[in-house]
Design a protein around this ligand. Structure first.
Ligand code: MN
Length: 241
């Protein structure tokens, strides 16, 4: 039996969309990808019982009201229906301790679902000099470094104190609530990776490993492998009980 991995999708007025790279990364990792639409909040308990893992994909901005802020002028496009299903999925998956991988926006969703806050726009909200986090280079280019914190899941995966990542975000996690800890930081102090100290495998990364994998980046490959391994372990544990 392969693990069933739910992947959240983007929505606009006409279509649900999801980059193929997420789907391919799950298939390559030995899982079965299921794309989760918006509008199924009332069925989340049944959905999360079925899933062996959840990937919260990248996308636009989160509604700042979810962390009790009014919108700043630099806030981009928000999709409240997407926020809603993703927050519900995260809460249920955490309760079941099933693995979650949050990517880019998904890393931010994870933080907000646990009670954290975001910089709505890092360029206008962070006082100290910051790096270019919305890179102009192509998707697979690894434009800035992430310094890895010792003793974290991320360190055990990367086996390194510094990795290079791509960067396509103008928002970032700000206040990070327990049980999340920062596991990777950019040189300007922006938290680029978080993980839970209370769950089997709950990891958020601000970059796009599913894109870097297409370019044979070994760290990204190991991150997906570790995630899929956790999904298989939890699948076995849940079935046993
Ligand atoms: Mn970045």
């Amino acid at each position: 039996m392969k693990p069933i991995i739910g992947i959240t999708s983007n929505i606009d007025s006409a279509a649900h969309t999801l980059q193929n790279t997420y789907i391919q990364a799950v298939i390559d990792g030995g899982g079965v990808p299921f794309i989760i639409p918006t509008g199924v909040e009332s069925d989340v308990q049944q959905i999360t019982t079925l899933l062996n893992g959840l990937i919260i994909s990248g996308g636009g901005d989160m509604n700042p009201h979810l962390f009790n802020e009014e919108p700043w002028p630099e806030l981009g496009n928000v999709t409240p229906e997407r926020d809603s299903i993703e927050m519900e999925l995260v809460r249920h998956m955490l309760k079941l301790d099933k693995p979650i991988l949050g990517i880019c926006r998904g890393h931010q969703v994870l933080n907000v679902a646990l009670g954290g806050t975001l910089y709505q726009d890092i360029v206008s909200q962070v006082a100290s000099p910051i790096l270019q986090h919305d890179q102009k280079a192509k998707r697979e280019y690894q434009s800035h470094a992430v310094h890895i914190e010792k003793g974290t899941i991320l360190e055990s995966i990367t086996t390194s104190d510094k990795i290079m990542v791509n960067s396509f975000h103008h928002q970032a996690v700000k206040d990070i609530p327990s049980p999340l800890v920062v596991s990777g930081k950019a040189s300007d102090g922006i938290a680029e990776a978080v993980e839970s100290t209370d769950h089997h495998f709950v990891v958020g990364v601000q970059w796009h490993p599913e894109s870097l994998m297409q370019n044979s980046d070994q760290v990204s490959r190991r991150l997906f492998e570790a995630y899929m391994k956790a999904c298989v372990e939890r699948m076995a544990a849940v079935e046993y009980h």
